[in-house]
Design a protein around this ligand. Sequence first.
Ligand code: SF4
Ligand code: SF4
Length: 107
Amino acid sequence: MPPRVDNVKCDGCRNEREALCELICPGNLMALDTETNKGYCRSPRDCWDCMSCTKICPKGAIETRIPYQLGYYSAKLVPFTGTGKMTWTVVDIDGKVERFTFRTRNK
Ligand code: SF4
Ligand code: SF4
């Protein structure tokens, strides 16, 4: 499922030279709306769920909705990148929350 941007959390990467979601998307699909200064996916049908934008967002503003075949629309997967580790928060269709933390190669 294409990324969903929380417009309250997104600050347009104001401390960066360029919106990080726009910078990292390998398909050039993420962009910064010049009117709202919020990130968005300009072609959701072309997104292949690599989750690069979701993982890099410094505000945790991007969610990946789990495809309905796996979890229906209310299920979601939200990563949080820390120093040397990444935590994935999984919310199932009943609202049950589980978190998984893995070490990464990032220092
Ligand atoms: S999930 Fe991957 S392909 Fe889809 S918009 Fe984000 S970075 Fe681009
Ligand atoms: S990376 Fe996150 S905070 Fe930055 S523009 Fe994209 S959605 Fe907004």
